[in-house]
Ligand binder design. Structure first.
Ligand code: DAK
Length: 264
């Protein structure tokens, strides 16, 4: 039984809550290990979208645990960085989409874990930032790589070099989040609605889109288009493609409003 991670499911949508509110959900080794085990245990036959959020009303994740990090040696620092990077990469490459519902502080490792998710939405009290250079370190869980890819090099460099935290509205303006919701309740309702919308679409097609976008970003456009072609072609071996196109072409009176995709 995990101490710091809550896992709930509602139909095809799973919610993972980082649950260490006394430390503003800071990521220590135990949180990272439990998150890793939780990701491994997701039943991908039924779950089609995942929401990641933080417990309490104040913080999504206030970063890597500074207490635990403060005494690390070079070797231990590298090992801690690798542990975080491996879990964040597992989240990023999870076959199904992950929505970060950012309900407060998303600083350092908190901002970085949100950027390992496919989509970020937040509440009005959210605050984002990479404060590491003020602590004498570089962002260590992928921040230098993912922030530049998410908001562009110029803004990423300014935020990282200045260690300045930004509020929800600015995060929205620079494209770090897709939407800002007034309260945490509104945020979670919006996250669930979005997750259910995603989960209602053909799951194999959604997974293939995620893979095509993620893998395509690592290569040049010609290679990226080949990746897309292969994943597009693979859809034609699925029953869901036949069901989706069959429904579109069916006579009006037989058309269903919602196709019951079977994940096959
Ligand atoms: N780590 C540990 N504990 C934390 C924490 C953190 N990151 N953030 C908050 N807490 C704890 C506080 O110590 C406090 O604990 P108690 O004193 O009650 O025991 C409790 O949470 C409540 O925090 P505050 O009393 O400070 O609450 P406030 O509302 O006054 O302030 C705050 C909230 C978020 C502005 C403030 O707590 C704060 O500035 N926290 C630190 C934020 C931060 O700098 N985060 C970035 C951490 S650096 C690497 C791998 C990874 C990383 C780097 C390298 N490698 C090994 C390669 C990543 C680094 C980071 O994430």
């Amino acid at each position: 039984m995990a101490e710091f991670i809550l896992y709930e499911t509602d139909g095809a949508v799973a919610t993972i809550t980082i649950n260490r509110p006394k430390a503003l959900n800071a990521l220590n080794s135990q949180v990272l290990d439990e998150l890793d085990a939780t990701l491994d245990a997701i039943d991908l036959d039924t779950i089609r979208c995942v929401i990641l959020t933080g417990a309490g009303e104040k913080s999504f994740v206030a970063g890597a645990d500074i207490g635990e990090m403060s005494t690390l040696t070079k070797a231990e620092g590298e090992a801690f960085g690798k542990k975080g990077n491996d879990v964040f990469r597992k989240l990023e490459t999870l076959p199904v989409p992950v929505i970060a519902a950012v309900n407060g502080f998303a600083l350092g490792g908190g901002c970085e874990i949100s950027m390992s998710c496919d989509i970020r939405i937040c509440s009005a009290n959210a605050m984002f930032g990479q404060p590491e250079v003020g602590l004498g370190i570089t962002p260590g869980f992928g921040g230098t790589q993912r922030l530049a890819r998410t908001v562009g090099v110029g803004i990423a460099k300014q935020l990282i070099y200045s260690a300045r935290n930004i509020k929800a509205e600015e995060a929205y303006r620079i494209g770090l989040v897709n939407a800002v919701h007034e309260t945490q309740e509104d945020l979670m309702a919006a996250a669930k609605k979005l997750a259910q919308t995603i989960a209602a679409n053909a799951p194999i097609a959604v997974r293939n889109c995620k893979k095509a976008i993620n893998d395509g970003l690592q290569v040049d456009i010609d290679e990226g288009l080949v990746i897309e072609e292969k994943l597009f072609g693979a859809c034609f071996e699925t029953e869901d493609q036949k069901a989706g196109m069959g429904n579109f072409l069916a006579p009006k009176e037989e058309k269903k409003k919602v196709v019951d995709f079977q994940n096959k």
